[in-house]
Design a binder for this molecule. Sequence first.
Ligand SMILES: [Zn+2]
Length: 103
Amino acid sequence: MSEIESADCKEFFDRLYEFVDGDQGALDQKQLSILEQHAVECSHCADAADVERHLRQLLRSACMNRAPEGLRAKLHARLEEISISDDQVSFSSSETVVYLRDN
Ligand SMILES: [Zn+2]
């Protein structure tokens, strides 16, 4: 059996957080490059990665220090909920930002 050479959307979302983190402990360089390649080819997953990066910037910012863990869990649940439904990935970064502000 050959190694996995490409990622599908499910795999991308499974590894989205490690991918955004660039966590070398979780993903090796080959896996990272495979996911990067998927993001190049798949605008849905590229958008999701952008949103996740944006959320992390918000969560790191001073104003978000109050309740990061609970909020992170909520955001991740929300991200997964709206990211994977059938084969259609419906995603709205503005919707996520509104959700964040509501909390
Ligand atoms: Zn994808």
